[in-house]
Design a protein around this ligand. Structure first.
Ligand code: ADP
Ligand code: MG
Length: 232
């Protein structure tokens, strides 16, 4: 479970996240929407300690993130907007193995996780391919596999559809559908609700750093246009 309590994050004098209290249970699929600059990225970067609160707190399974960064990063996987920035190794297999290797797991366990994570994103058998040779959609799926190999309770994806064409987007949506079915919690940050709205258990929308909508998709659909979020 991820919980924020009155979370405030400022850049200079401006509060990018302004007293946000949210509880995200294990297994929940949350769509985090809101206009550009509404604080989505700033908020989710607290979930695994990439940013620290100025006020309030962020708990993962009841423990403040800053008290046990390793636990938070094991439980909350993060996939960034531009997967290029996230790759640490030249080949698909080495990149996905990197996180589990840093957990000090056995060779057999690392192999098992890499195979399972690549299978989950339809990239089985492609361990030796070079990341540089992949399409945008394939890179996105490798980035998701790298996060999955940590076997997180929650996977946070910040604008994963940016720069993807329609088939690649559909492919990523399919992986997310599979994750949802397998019980992994997903926090999907996106302003592109086209394919994602029907996947969500819950839609949270931010406006000026505050929670403006927190509702099931059918209800949120009515409120989002007022915030400048286009609904399909
Ligand atoms: P979103 O992801 O919803 O587009 P962000 O969390 O990136 O929103 O940004 C929220 C606000 O904080 C915006 O006004 C943005 O300009 C500002 N901001 C984001 N990152 C920084 C930063 N590193 N330094 C200063 N201001 C920032
Ligand atoms: Mg953002």
């Amino acid at each position: 479970m991820i919980a924020t309590r009155n979370l405030v994050h400022r850049y200079g004098d401006a509060a990018a996240v302004d007293r946000v209290s949210l509880t995200i249970p294990d297994g929940e699929f949350v769509l985090l929407a809101g206009p550009n600059g509404s604080g989505k990225s700033t908020l989710v970067r607290h979930f695994n300690g990439l940013l620290d609160p100025d006020r309030g707190e962020v708990l993962v399974d009841g423990t403040p993130v800053g008290d046990d960064l390793v636990a938070a990063r094991t439980r909350v996987g993060m996939v960034f907007q531009n997967p290029r920035d996230g790759f640490v190794a030249p080949t698909v297999g080495a990149d996905v193995a990197f996180g589990p290797e840093n957990l000090g797991l056995s060779h057999e366990e690392i192999e098992r996780r890499v195979d399972a994570a690549l299978a989950a994103v339809n990239m089985a058998g492609r361990r030796d391919e070079r990341v540089d040779d992949l399409s945008g959609g394939e890179r996105e799926r490798v980035a998701i596999a790298a996060a999955l190999a940590m076997e997180p309770d929650h996977l946070v994806l910040d604008e994963p559809f940016t720069g993807l064409d329609a088939p690649a987007r559909e492919s990523v949506v399919e992986q997310l559908r599979g994750l949802r079915a397998s019980g992994t919690g997903v926090v999907l940050v996106t302003h592109d609700l086209r394919d994602a709205l029907d996947l969500a258990d819950r839609v949270v929308a931010l406006a000026d750093g505050r929670v403006a909508v927190d509702a099931p998709p059918a209800e949120a659909r009515k409120e989002l246009p007022e915030l400048g979020v286009r609904v399909p």
